[in-house]
Design a binder for this molecule. Structure first.
Ligand code: NAP
Length: 487
């Protein structure tokens, strides 16, 4: 439904979250001269790179690609940049692009309500403000999943989730246990086996591990990147093309030669584990890339060290001295780390979001969070998400994904600013069509070939972009206005 052109108006935007995507939104909104406020519950920017500080934290996506396209960073110390270096990058970006003063720190957004054509934002402190547009930049891997192990509270040692690392707890020479075998646990294992007196990894499901040796950049190489931005950009494009043509294509078709190649590389890597019994226990019973690939050249060497033990018996309960497994063995520990992942279906929640006529986003998303093209939800006008439900996720740069999404959102905001419309949201028909097509495409993906992972929703449907990456880029290039309701 379209209406005659309205008057051009100054648009006010609320951005929720000051992680990678929120800082990105702030930078672009500022460049466009739009009025905005960023709401951040913590006291610093950085999102996942602020919250995760575990030993070994790094990004397994090539660093030069995992940067804003408009602020490539010749200074990265290595191919797989360390967590603190990435955290520092985002802090630097928020200062360099002068958006820090636009961030309202230390106050969590609790409620978003669409009333009389504008969004009212209410925070935990009771602060209220009104905006024309909300951009939720709240991340995906944000709410720790803490399993309810019997007896957890009786453990005498220290216990915490990997995203809540307590650096006051000593690790050197200690007996350390880690639950989980995802990307996080693999990085912690590589970092802490050399420091622990005894390291125990509690594996429920084995993981496929793709090797990727880290490259440390010399001062000469950094100087070259500095002197020749075009050469640096060519390098970024090489990583990008390789990942899109390899990984992103592979996962869409479980019969593809690209997926077979990933399987071959992971199997070859697994074959480097010398002890056949350990190798058998590390061998997954599902296909490579069904779960997110663990990327590490250090995990297998670490888990083969004499002070490291892989425990595959189930966790029965936690006792004061450690972890009791189903085979009756007590694994005595000083420190237990839960590298048990995240609730990945939260998005903007737990904030309550009420759209047109008071419609509750929790109810709309009761079965599974959905959004047209991962960006907009019918009946929630002028509400947009970065990294929203069914965005492309995987072993590639989420920064690039969010840049495409933001460009799309900014085009929709342009229409608001120009007075082409006062409200814009996807039609239900467009979302239904998109979802039907997305779920149909999901049937060919590797994610449904017999594993459990955070890439699947409660119904077992891949919670991801199931089309080509090229289609994602094309869709984000220009909003198809016939898929939108405008008023
Ligand atoms: P994850 O991949 O969700 O892995 C969680 C692990 O905990 C799994 O091994 C899971 O076992 C185990 N687990 C969960 N509940 C358990 C229970 N009750 N008992 C025993 N084991 C349990 O979490 P993550 O490793 O934190 O990684 C999450 C995501 O963060 C990654 O997929 C990736 O996207 C991102 N990440 C990226 C990087 C990077 O370098 N770019 C690094 C770290 C994380 P099951 O497999 O049996 O469920």
């Amino acid at each position: 439904m379209s209406k005659a052109k309205q008057t051009a108006r100054a648009i006010r935007v609320a951005v929720i979250g000051a992680g990678m995507s929120g800082v990105l939104a702030a930078i672009r909104l500022r460049q466009q001269g739009l009025d905005f406020v960023v709401f951040e519950k913590a006291n610093r920017v950085g999102g996942t790179w602020r919250e995760n500080t575990y030993p070994g934290l790094a990004c397994d996506v090539p660093a030069h690609w995992y940067t804003y396209s408009f602020a490539r960073n010749p200074e990265w110390g290595s191919l797989l940049a360390a967590g603190p270096e990435i955290f520092d990058y985002f802090q630097r970006m928020s200062r360099q692009f002068d958006v820090e003063q636009k961030i309202r720190f230390g106050d969590e957004v609790m409620k978003l309500e669409y009333l009389d054509g504008r969004w009212t934002v209410t925070t935990a402190s009771g602060h209220q403000d009104r905006f024309d547009v909300v951009i939720a930049a709240t991340g995906v891997l944000h709410h720790p999943n803490i399993p309810k192990f019997d007896g957890l509270e009786t453990f005498k040692g220290a216990v915490f989730h990997s995203a809540r690392w307590d650096h006051d707890v000593p690790v050197d020479g200690k007996r350390i246990g880690v639950v989980g075998t995802g990307s996080t646990a693999a990085q912690i294992t590589a970092a802490l086996v050399p420091r622990a007196s005894k390291f125990t990894l509690f594996q429920r499901t084995a993981q496929w591990v793709m090797p990727r040796p880290n490259i440390v950049y010399s001062e000469d190489e950094k100087a070259t990147f500095r002197a020749d931005p075009a050469a640096l950009e060519r390098l970024v494009q090489q990583y990008r093309t390789r990942t899109i043509e390899g990984y992103a294509t592979a996962v869409l078709d479980y019969d593809s030669p690209e997926l077979a190649e990933i399987q071959r590389l992971c199997s070859e890597n697994l074959a480097t584990v010398r002890d056949p019994e350990l190798r058998a226990r590390l061998t997954p019973g599902y296909r490579a890339a069904c779960k997110r690939l663990v990327i590490s050249s250090e995990f297998y060497p670490a888990i083969q060290q004499p002070n490291a033990e892989l425990v595959t018996a189930g966790i029965q309960r936690i006792e004061s001295e450690g972890v009791r497994t189903d085979d009756g063995v007590l694994h005595e520990l000083d420190l237990l780390v839960l590298a048990t992942g995240f609730h990945t279906d939260r998005f903007v929640r737990p904030a309550k979001v009420y759209g047109r006529g008071g419609i509750d986003l929790d109810k709309v998303w009761a079965d599974a969070p959905v959004a047209y093209l991962a960006v907009t939800v019918p009946e929630f006008p002028n509400f947009f998400m970065l990294g929203g439900p069914n965005s492309p996720v995987g072993n590639f740069s989420l920064i690039e994904v969010c840049e495409h999404q933001l460009a799309y959102i900014l085009r929709l905001i342009d229409g608001l600013s120009a007075g082409d419309y006062g409200e814009v949201s996807a039609t239900q028909a467009a979302l239904d069509r998109f979802e039907t097509e997305r779920q149909e495409a999901a049937k060919r993906t590797v994610w449904v070939t017999g594993c459990n992972s955070w890439y699947l929703d409660k119904q077992g449907v891949p919670a991801s972009w199931t089309f080509t990456y090229g289609r994602f880029v094309d869709e984000m290039a220009t909003p198809k206005m016939h898929d939108f309701e405008t008023r």
